[in-house]
Design a protein around this ligand. Structure first.
Ligand SMILES: [Mg+2]
Ligand SMILES: [Zn+2]
Length: 191
């Protein structure tokens, strides 16, 4: 089983725009492609795990989310970078789309998405890394036995200043580029 890097999507890989529902608002950060390519070259599987409750809320469809992921993949490939797989939670307990309006084990900080990816791709969560812009991403890392890196992009700067998080990150860094560097430096100290 391999170590992997699990990336939150909004605020980490792409700009946080609060319920991305139009392709016009999709923007990679300027460093995203280089950061992911560096992880690719190190032989680390890179997997997006993202809560997309906008599906349950009726803001956009699962087909749209798939389309966004195809577009992200296309833009990354121009720079020779690759995300190996995309997993998302479409649920929310307060949603209004009946099919998805429920609690589930895949909404982060639940570890359902990581467990699914681990099975599909033969990954070892306990040797892996989670990069996110919310404390819930770090809680997920804790739940999975992975190391958690909080980035200050997206919600990250605001999250960092919250006093009540109740969870500590293994590192707090400026952005995905710095997170990738931290991971590559700390890879060898993995269990
Ligand atoms: Mg996020
Ligand atoms: Zn879910």
């Amino acid at each position: 089983m391999r170590a992997a890097v699990f990336l939150d999507r909004d605020g980490v890989v792409i700009e946080e725009v609060s319920f991305l529902s139009s392709m016009h608002h999709l923007a990679l950060f300027p460093w995203t492609t280089d950061a992911i390519r560096a992880l690719n070259r190190a032989g680390l599987p890179v997997v997006v795990i993202t809560n997309q409750s906008g599906i349950a809320r009726g803001f956009f469809t699962d087909a749209f989310v798939d389309e966004v992921h195809r577009e992200i993949a296309a833009r990354l490939s121009v720079g020779g970078a690759r995300i190996d797989a995309y997993y998302y939670c479409p649920h929310h307990p307060d949603g209004r789309v009946t099919e998805y309006a429920r609690s589930c084990d895949c909404r982060k900080p639940g570890r359902g998405l990581i467990d699914r990816a681990a099975r599909d791709l033969d990954l070892d969560p306990a040797r892996s890394f989670v990069v996110g812009d919310k404390w819930s991403d770090i809680e997920l890392a804790r739940a999975a036995g992975a190391r958690g890196v909080l980035v200050r992009t997206g919600h990250g700067a605001a999250e960092q200043s919250r006093q009540d998080a109740g969870v500590a990150a293994d590192a707090v860094v400026d952005n995905l580029a710095a997170a990738a560097s931290w991971i590559l430096t700390n890879l060898k100290s993995a269990v």
